[in-house]
Design a protein around this ligand. Structure first.
Ligand code: SF4
Length: 153
């Protein structure tokens, strides 16, 4: 089960997309210097298909992408909801996943349009840092293309 604490419409997390970012709790990574340590806890409301439909009915015509921020404790559920969003074809909404894992072994990457990989390492910085360990990928035809440099524009 996935739980979310809050959501926001953001412009910088995914380049050239207007993104509804949904913050998921129960993060297993517990990175030193984490920007949101409250997300380590198993808190918030259950993120169901009904919740997604309600969000899309409110914001679907304002956004171009939905991004799952976290959810690594339950990767299949993230994938399932991503596929569900893609089935709402009249909206043509893309999906993204900000994962703290170094690799995604258990899901099909082609079920997402964007995937961010890598935990937060304080000494290396986030995606905008030149030294970062994190990578942002655009998925096209099942292949992952590294677009991290677009985060530094
Ligand atoms: S993956 Fe993100 S939310 Fe989880 S501990 Fe690391 S920085 Fe915090």
């Amino acid at each position: 089960m996935l739980k979310y604490t809050d959501y926001d419409i953001v412009f910088q997390e995914i380049p050239d997309e207007v993104t509804l970012a949904i913050n998921l709790s129960n993060c297993p990574h517990k990175c030193k210097g984490c920007h949101s340590p409250q997300l380590w806890l198993d808190i918030g409301e259950v993120l169901t298909e009904t919740v997604i439909l309600n969000l899309l009915s409110k914001y679907g015509y304002l956004i171009t992408c939905v991004c799952f921020m976290g959810g690594d404790a339950n990767p299949f559920e993230v994938e399932k909801l991503s596929v569900f969003i893609k089935k709402q074809s009249e909206l043509c909404i893309k999906t993204a996943w900000y994962s703290g894992c170094e690799k995604l072994n258990k899901v099909k990457t082609q079920n997402f349009d964007y995937i961010k990989l890598g935990s937060y390492k304080q000494e290396l910085g986030g995606l905008k840092s030149l030294q970062t360990n994190q990578r942002l990928y655009k998925v096209k035809d099942g292949l992952m293309h590294d677009i991290t440099e677009l985060m530094r524009r």
